[in-house]
Design a protein around this ligand. Structure first.
Ligand code: ADP
Ligand code: MG
Length: 634
């Protein structure tokens, strides 16, 4: 007789009902990568057979075969052409981006070029950049897929089967092409990607859910190749991204480079002869840097010459780089519309935050001790694992939600080709904002509404999104109409602009998708431009404003003179004003804001008497035929 099966107490009678799906989070770093997963409600970083957590993001394609990680990293010095490091920098980049063209210099400072671009590049038929190696041509997607495969295998080993969901993190600055390339790499490695997650957000996820914190958090992520800073507000498991910023070409590699240049000075090396020598020197520089996070000084030797670096010397070399990061922090705090004192926690992410000087400067800047109870190397992978666990469906009750922000300001064109911002960039969406505008000319019955996106002050420097007209404004004197323009952005980033004349209620509206056709890179570029041109823009804006004023004055004074100037003014008075108009017209086109303003002020003084006389005339006209009783009855 067959025995009936009875389940153990506390265990589900159905073997598969409660089984968790196999999900992992992968931090695919420029320098190092790692993988983590949630296991029995515990988060684990998965180790390799040797017990190591970090997998160097390095792949060597030599004639002997392919090696990935530690072995590849140590062969980088001897086989630089076949050993691909920092491949993340090449993700989503075309041959033109990498080898020629201006985009490279826009994306990477000159000192990054030889470091990352010393391979034997060629252009594939489809424009994709590939590298010739002893194993044949390799693209960045293929190299990344090789790295991902090793991590995925760790996941399969640890979780006992094929993975069902993977979350991969990317820097906040990655554009669409770079994100797509990352997804392609995952597909090539056969991984089911649930979503890509921004690295700083992942770090906040790790801290927020671990500790049930509520408040405002700054995430300072200084890795090997990128710096990201994000401001997040979190409450009851809901994260809101207030603002993000940083520098996609700044990291610990730059520390190494600065130290290497110092080494070259000590060694009297004027020109680094080969990539091999350069890699060797960079490796020594990195050794010095990392050792000084524990020790007061450290010595390396190169060709039998011993060189010692101490902390104070190191600080001198890296302080300018750290300062660049705190400057970016300052901008993000401004963008987030908060005060430094509003920040409750500072989260440290990335290997470079192990540097004592970085911690010191960061805590000085934020005026508080940064949080580092989660290993800065693990924190991103942990957040990704938590998110993967939720997204794969292991946490059906979780209400974890990530809100978005507007990447660029939205505004309207006003007179003089100026931009009036209605919603500032980094505003959390959904959002509704309204502002009132008015007519420029007497009797104006229509208004052309031009919706633009960007940070600059002039229309020409912003991106045009849409135009529409508001018709049927009742004729009024210039400046009397009240047109209420409302900008509404929904949770998907869809913008609805409507304009309404308040006295009659006539209205018109349009729907636009602000981010359409604009990748993260152009957004970054537009923001960078706005910082670079901030000073020019202020000058330009002031000039345009005065030009608009000048036009207004010229137009009204000309028509007044034509109307009754001859009757009300002496010949001299008339001449003076019409000369001044000509002067103003000339200065409007050739002068600066200050001069135009002064002349406008002078003309308004000189024309005061004329205006008063005209006022008298028009009052007399208005009163003609009315009795005194009618007037006092008003
Ligand atoms: P990425 O996110 O770019 O992959 P990581 O977060 O792994 O980078 O950080 C790698 C960087 O951290 C490297 O530049 C490395 O030299 C640096 N780093 C690692 N350990 C230390 C340390 N103890 N002191 C200073 N820098 C360190
Ligand atoms: Mg990182």
């Amino acid at each position: 007789m067959a025995l009936l099966q009875i389940s153990e107490p506390g265990q589900s009678p159905e073997p598969h009902a409660n089984q968790k799906k196999r999900a992992v989070g992968i931090d695919l770093g420029t320098t190092n990568s790692l993988v983590a997963s949630v296991h029995d409600d515990r988060i684990e970083v998965l180790l390799d057979a040797q017990g190591r957590m970090l997998l160097p993001s390095v792949v060597q394609y030599s004639s002997d075969g392919v090696s990935i990680g530690h072995a590849a990293k140590s062969s980088a010095v001897n086989d630089p052409l076949n050993t691909i490091i920092s491949v993340k920098r090449l993700m989503g980049r075309s041959y033109q981006d990498v080898v020629g063209g201006e985009e490279l210099s826009a994306n990477l400072p000159a000192n990054k070029q030889d470091e990352n671009f010393s391979y034997d590049f060629f252009e594939r038929n489809d424009g994709v950049v590939a590298i010739n190696t002893a194993q044949g041509p390799k693209t960045s997607v293929e190299v990344s897929a090789d790295i991902l495969s090793v991590l995925a295998e760790r996941g399969r080993q640890a979780l006992g089967g094929e993975l069902e969901g993977v979350v991969i993190t990317v820097p906040a600055y990655f554009d669409d092409a770079q994100r797509q390339a990352t997804k392609d790499a995952a597909r090539l490695a056969g991984l089911p990607v649930l979503r890509l997650l921004n690295e700083p957000t992942a770090a906040a996820v790790a801290y927020g859910l671990d500790q049930q914190n509520a408040g405002t958090i700054a995430v300072y992520d200084l890795g090997g190749g990128t710096f990201d800073v994000s401001l997040l507000r979190l409450s009851k498991g809901v994260f809101e991204v207030l603002a993000t910023g940083g520098d996609s070409a700044l990291g610990g590699d730059d520390f190494d480079r600065a130290i290497m240049l110092w080494l070259c000075e000590q060694l009297n090396i004027r020109h680094i002869p080969t990539p091999t020598v350069e890699r060797h020197l960079l490796t020594l520089a990195c050794e010095l840097k990392e050792s000084l996070s524990q020790n007061e000084s450290h010595t390396v030797s190169y060709n039998d010459v011993s060189i010692t670096l101490n902390r104070e010397q190191l600080n001198g070399l890296i302080d300018p780089l750290i300062q660049q990061t705190t400057r970016a922090c300052k901008r993000v705090i401004r963008d987030g519309g908060i005060d430094i004192s509003d920040i409750d926690h500072v989260v440290m992410v990335g290997g470079s935050t192990r540097s004592l000087r970085v911690r010191e400067k960061v805590s000085l800047f934020f005026d508080q001790e940064p949080l580092d109870n989660i290993d800065p190397d693990k924190v991103v992978a942990i957040g990704a694992a938590i998110q993967a666990d939720v997204l794969v469906g292991n946490k059906p009750d979780s209400d974890m939600l990530l809100l978005d922000v507007l990447p660029l300001s939205l505004g309207l064109e006003t007179m003089g080709g100026l931009v009036e911002k209605v919603i500032n960039r980094n505003t959390t969406i959904p959002v509704v904002k309204a502002q009132e505008f008015t007519t420029f000319k007497d009797g104006q019955t229509a208004m052309s509404i031009h919706v633009v996106q960007g940070e600059r002050e002039l229309i020409a420097d912003c991106r045009s999104l849409a135009r529409f007209e508001l018709q049927g404004i009742p004729p009024m004197v210039a400046g009397a109409a009240h047109i209420k323009v409302t900008f509404q952005v929904d949770a998907d980033g869809l913008l609805n602009v409507s304009a309404m004349e308040k006295s009659t209620g006539v209205q018109a509206s349009i729907v636009v998708k602000p981010s359409y056709g604009l990748d993260d890179d152009s957004i970054t570029q537009m923001i960078t431009d706005s910082f670079e041109h901030a000073q020019d823009d202020i000058v330009m804006r002031a000039l345009r404003e005065q030009q608009v004023e000048a036009d207004r004055m010229i137009e009204s004074l000309e028509s007044a003179l034509a109307d009754n100037g001859r009757e009300l003014l002496s010949n001299d008075e008339y001449q003076l004003l019409s000369n001044e108009i000509s002067q103003l017209a000339l200065l409007r086109d050739q002068g600066n804001a200050q001069d135009i303003k002064q002349l406008i002020e002078k003309i308004s003084v000189d024309s005061e008497a004329f205006a008063a006389k005209r006022m008298d005339v028009s009052i007399k006209q208005a009163l003609a035929g009315q009795s005194l009783d009618d007037i006092s009855a008003e």
